[in-house]
Design a protein around this ligand. Structure first.
Ligand SMILES: [Zn+2]
Length: 465
């Protein structure tokens, strides 16, 4: 009852996903939206509007800014008195722009709130803290890990609400209404779980898999949780007598194999480091191929066991992929050693051909363009040009920047390939043969992004850009 005397908060939600994040995974915008609506509800705020800046390509970057500018316009019209966003770097990644908009907000007595962290901008300490955070956001290049953490937290949150104390193993989420809910694979963490099961089969060590997964995805899974995941029968679809309880990640056979490793705490006697781990891509489903060792026993009077480190697509065992080949590591390695020089030469040739076509590479000064863009925004925010004029000029500068980026990428690629070429001219083979398998893996992955094997066992090598 007393609440009625309090000031009513009319909030708007601001969410943002960069074009890069959007290209990689299309879900972050929804996660932020869902989370912030919940957040406002829990605080008793009335949600007036949602502003979503979604970047896809250079063209939609205009839309990017437009949503923020629409918010600023609405702020001037006093449509709301609070802005809510998830993280500071969703709001601004640069100090100058932040204060530009902040000034307008203060003039109109509008404040903002960050759902993941508390900021107090009324004290000098608070402002200092904010400045530091903004500087970090400005320089931060890799947001991927944070984004996964965010979605991960969302997933855990959802799982707790729906499943209760039982919990939901990593890689699953609930689907359907309360009475009819089912466990389905969670596309947000599916790749992590696949990676986890591939890795435990390669390393045979919970500890190593734990370190690998935590480092790669910047997670904080503890040893016991990892152990529980790896002992959870749901991963092969089984729960309390039901063999089709949920979609499986692995076969029962694989599960049993991993259990015996965990139970006996034995390491594979001849643990093999797979040279092309993480580098080979399935030609059919495009998931990474996993290393495994195929064994054949031949008896010529005596029993002799042969081991062939090979690769396969684990999705085949879930009937989700039809790729049945199992390329042998030695074959791939020989192929690469024998052909890499030719492949690189062809690539260099193709790129230099492309460059020849353009008679004179156009020189575009990116820094100047960026400055011009900043000035344009200043002028617009000061109300000295119309929105239409701003849009037109924004489009023009964006297109020039896109061209500059394209030229830069091509030049960089050419440099890279020439460096690799140099590397191979220097007695590479003797150097290479002295490496152990881990070293070999590092060697190949230092310049190869991924290798696609087609159905005819031919290799398509994608170099790092
Ligand atoms: Zn596949």
């Amino acid at each position: 009852m007393e609440k009625t005397t309090e000031k009513i908060i009319n909030a708007v939600i601001y969410i943002r996903v960069s074009s890069q994040e959007q290209v990689r995974h299309g879900y972050s915008l929804d996660s932020q939206r869902e989370h912030l609506i919940e957040y406002c509800k829990s605080k008793g705020y009335k949600v007036i509007d949602i502003y979503a800046d979604e970047g896809k390509s250079a063209r939609t970057k205009l839309k990017n800014r437009t949503e923020l500018l629409r918010l600023v316009e609405d702020a001037k019209k006093h449509k709301f008195n609070r802005i809510v966003f998830w993280r500071l770097d969703r709001w601004f990644r640069n100090i100058k722009d932040y204060y530009k908009v902040q000034e307008i907000l203060e003039d109109n007595k509008i404040d903002w709130e960050c759902s993941s962290e508390e900021y107090n901008t009324t004290t000098s300490n608070g402002r200092l803290h904010l400045n530091i955070k903004l500087s970090i956001a400005q320089n931060e290049s890799d947001q991927t890990s944070d984004r996964i953490k965010f979605n991960f937290a969302m997933m855990v949150q959802k799982g707790n609400i729906i499943v209760g104390q039982q919990g939901m193993p990593l890689g699953y989420k609930a689907n359907g209404e309360a009475k009819n809910k089912r466990m389905i694979k969670d596309e947000e963490t599916e790749h992590i779980v696949e990676d986890m099961w591939n890795n435990i089969q390669e390393t045979g060590s919970i500890r190593q898999t734990l370190i690998y997964i935590n480092q790669k995805y910047n997670l904080d899974i503890v040893y016991d949780s990892m152990r529980h995941y790896l002992m959870n029968e749901k991963y092969y679809g089984y729960y309390r007598g039901n063999e089709n309880y949920c979609p499986a990640y692995i076969s029962k056979e694989t599960f049993d194999k991993v259990q015996s490793i965990i139970r006996h705490n034995v390491k594979f006697n001849k643990r093999h480091d797979y040279i092309f781990s993480g580098l080979l891509v399935c030609p059919i489903c495009h998931h990474k191929l996993a290393g495994f060792t195929s064994k054949t026993t031949k008896s010529h009077g005596k029993k002799v066991e042969f081991r062939y480190p090979s690769y396969r697509c684990n999705l085949r065992y879930q009937q989700r992929c039809s790729y049945s080949k199992r390329p042998v590591e030695k074959t791939i390695e020989s192929y690469l050693i024998n052909n890499i020089e030719d492949i690189i030469n062809t690539q260099v040739l193709e790129i230099s051909k492309l460059n020849e076509k353009k008679e004179e590479p156009i020189k575009i000064d990116k820094e100047k363009l960026k400055q011009r863009m900043d000035r344009l925004t200043d002028i617009y925010l000061e109300g000295r040009i119309s929105k239409e004029k701003y849009s037109d000029e924004f489009d023009r500068i964006t297109e020039l920047l896109r061209q500059a980026d394209k030229i830069e990428t091509e030049e960089k690629q050419n440099d890279n390939l020439n460096n690799i070429k140099d590397l191979f001219n220097k007695d590479m083979l003797s150097l290479y043969n002295n490496l152990d398998n881990k070293g070999k893996r590092m060697f190949w992955s230092s310049f190869i992004e991924y290798i696609e094997i087609n159905e005819n066992n031919e290799f398509n090598i994608h170099f790092k850009k």
